[in-house]
Design a protein around this ligand. Structure first.
Ligand code: COI
Length: 401
């Protein structure tokens, strides 16, 4: 299937919206359905400008993008469309629009480029066996973005705006949602200070964008257990810092230790708390859980740990499966004595841990196989996410097509 754009060159030649009156209410034409997009209310200058006014004029002509769906990893694959909205100093976002995927223009003096004033989110869309598309708990991402924005002195889209934008961009890129069982469409909302600053201050303009990419497993191990090394030198977050929100700098700060770990053959790094250097915090890209008997424990959210949506979901799924779940301080000693260890995250979903290395000592779990509890929770969660079982939790959002 191809989504036909109204000629890319025509789009590129389209005048910038900057300084112009909002265009008349455009419509998104997806198969036989037409979605009215209310007129823009944005007053400020558009840094992205360009193709917006014509970009909504596309139609669908086949079912799936031409991709090797059997071999998806977790790498960026460009799709047809992205979503963009802006706000100026009044903090009120324009309704925004779906535009062809492409580079964005930004002042070298933009707040995000100079001072890291930026947040991201991650969520997934799954294709059900009947062909329909499901989002998993998207309002949780909207809320988390709003919480993070408050910490980073940024205005944020409302929950309704966020959800509407996610739905629009997923439907526009529908042919990139992998077939059932082959992966998912990873949705990456961004919120950034796009306005120019020089002295340290919140930016005068913000951009809310969403792009998507079809993905498979996050770790190259797939669903096989990963091997972690505990980091006792670098820290991911400190009390009072930004560890508890999804700001872009948190992820840049873990790259160094992750690089060293990967060079030594480990899958990823497990961070400890910066004060005692003995309590677990999280892995670079996901939360951590330990299993001992019928009790599942995970570090409590206390400002330095990302409140993962998969983490929260697994806590609830585990409780429903009869496990006792504890959210508290979890020490390295306990980790090393656990029956099973697993990680959770939007990208990784549930990833079993096969070994942990701490101060040159390696502890192995589950004979390098996936643990019984990890497997049970993985199956419970993913069957819900993919619509294989009835959604008794009310977590999935089905997109109208
Ligand atoms: C996610 O799981 O969505 C994340 O944000 C982790 C990212 C490093 C891929």
């Amino acid at each position: 299937m191809e989504l036909h754009l109204a000629s890319r060159s025509a789009l590129q030649a389209a005048p910038s919206l900057a300084g112009q009156r909002p265009p008349p209410s455009p419509s998104l034409c997806i198969r036989n359905h037409t979605f009215k997009v209310p007129p823009l209310s944005y007053k400020g200058r558009s840094l992205i400008g360009c193709q917006a006014s014509l970009a909504t004029n596309y139609m669908e002509t086949s079912e799936l993008a031409d991709l090797d769906w059997e071999n998806l990893g977790f790498g960026f694959i460009q799709t047809d469309f992205m979503y963009t909205a802006k706000c100026g100093e009044d903090g009120i976002f324009s309704k925004g629009e779906v535009v062809p995927f492409g580079p964005i223009a930004m002042s070298p003096s933009a707040g995000v480029l100079n001072y890291g004033q930026g947040l991201f989110e991650g969520l997934k869309a799954y294709r059900k066996k009947d062909g329909s598309i499901l989002l998993f708990r998207p309002e949780e991402n909207a809320i988390r973005m709003r919480n993070g924005a408050e910490r980073m002195c940024m205005p944020a889209p409302t929950i309704e705006h966020f959800l509407d934008a996610v739905k629009q961009v997923v439907l526009a890129n529908k042919r990139w949602v992998p077939p059932t069982g082959k992966g998912s469409l990873y949705i990456r909302p961004l919120l950034m200070g796009s306005g120019a600053v020089l002295g340290l201050a919140p930016a005068p303009e913000y951009t809310f964008m969403i792009f998507v990419s079809p993905v498979g497993n996050y770790f190259k191990e797939g669903l096989a257990p990963i091997n972690l090394i505990i980091e006792d030198n670098f820290h991911r977050a400190a009390p009072g810092g930004t560890g508890g929100v999804k700001t872009i700098g948190n992820y840049a700060s873990v790259l160094k230790a992750q690089k060293i770990a990967k060079e030594k053959g480990y899958s990823d790094v497990l961070y400890l708390d910066a004060v005692h250097n003995k309590y677990l915090e999280e892995v670079s890209s996901c939360n951590i859980f330990i299993v001992k008997g019928n009790v599942i424990s995970t570090p409590a959210i206390k400002g330095t740990i990302l409140p993962g949506i998969t983490r929260k979901s697994i806590v609830q799924v585990a409780q429903r499966n009869g496990f006792k779940v504890e959210e508290r301080l979890v020490s390295v000693d306990e980790l090393l004595e656990a029956d099973e260890v697993f990680c959770t995250g939007t990208a990784v979903v549930v990833s079993p841990v096969g070994s942990i290395t701490y101060l040159e000592n390696r502890v192995e779990y589950g004979n390098q196989g996936i643990g019984v509890v990890s497997q049970q929770l993985y199956t419970s969660l993913t069957s819900l996410q993919m619509g294989d079982v009835e959604d008794c939790m009310g977590w999935t959002v089905q997109l109208d097509q």
